[in-house]
Structures are given as C-alpha cells and as structure tokens.
Design a protein around this ligand. Structure first.
Ligand SMILES: *[C@@H]1O[C@H](CO)[C@@H](O)[C@H](O)[C@H]1NC(C)=O
Ligand SMILES: *[C@@H]1O[C@H](CO)[C@@H](O)[C@H](O)[C@H]1NC(C)=O
Length: 116
C-alpha cells in the first residue's frame, strides 16, 4: 500500500514536469550510447499524441544493462511532450518510455539510452 502510494506520487511528479527534458539513472564515463531515437509527430487538432517507445526495438535484442535514459525536448519552449518511464529503465535491459504531447501541439523528442 505504501509502495503504491509512493509510486503514485512519483508518477504525479513526473507529469507535472511540463514538456521539458528529463533523465533517469546516472550515466557513467565509459557507458555506451545504446540507442538514440528521435520521435517527431505533427500537431493534431483537438487531440494529443500518446506514444510508447520501446527499447530494444521489436525483433532486436539488447544484452547491456541500462544505466541512464535521457529524453530531450527539442521544442525547447516547454510545449513538447511530457516523458514518463513506464517500464524497465536503469538496472534493466529494456525500457518503455511514454511520450504524451499537449493538445493541439506536436512533439519532437530525442531519447538516448546509455548502458554497459
Ligand atoms: C526535431 O528536432 C531536431 C533537433 O533540434 C531538429 O534537428 C529537427 O529538424 C526537428 N524535426 C522537426 C520535424 O522539426
Ligand atoms: C514551441 O515550438 C514548437 C516547434 O517549434 C512549435 O510548434 C510550438 O507552436 C511552440 N509553442 C509555443 C507556445 O510557442
């Protein structure tokens, strides 16, 4: 119950960060860049984007342990997508990052995953 409450607060904390750049974990000096992916979507009238970005991509394998994930909002004006880490992440070999854009605004976010 307590864990659930902590998780809820954590998720809430992630979502109040308005479309800015976010990171999870800590990148060490000799970590590899395992993946860099740019997600771009154009605005949809009266609607928003809610996309899940999976690492590794479908039909690929990843043998490295993730140390850090960085999501950069390329809009740089606080209207880009709000990122959330929905599964995996640092300490795991997989991750699912969710990007949720604002209504009537597109998104352009870069997701970088480091590990060793
Ligand atoms: C997305 O952002 C990148 C980095 O700023 C930029 O190079 C690229 O042109 C942008 N893409 C679109 C479609 O705006
Ligand atoms: C922020 O930047 C993006 C991309 O340049 C643009 O589509 C959007 O309208 C901008 N938002 C504001 C509030 O200026």
């Amino acid at each position: 119950m307590k864990l659930l409450l902590c998780l809820t607060i954590l998720v809430a904390a992630i979502f109040v960060v308005h479309g800015s750049s976010v990171s999870w974990g800590r990148r060490k000096n000799n970590d590899f860049l395992l993946s860099r992916q740019v997600e771009v979507r154009s605005a949809i009238k009266n609607n928003f984007w809610n996309i899940d970005v999976d690492f590794p991509r479908a039909d690929t394998e990843n043998y490295y342990k993730i140390s850090a994930i960085f999501v950069y909002d390329n809009f740089k004006n606080s209207t880009g997508a709000v990122p959330g880490l929905w599964a995996g992440g640092p300490g795991y070999r997989f991750a699912q990052v969710n990007l949720r854009s604002f209504v009537n605004v597109g998104l352009n976010s870069t997701i970088e995953i480091y590990g060793r």
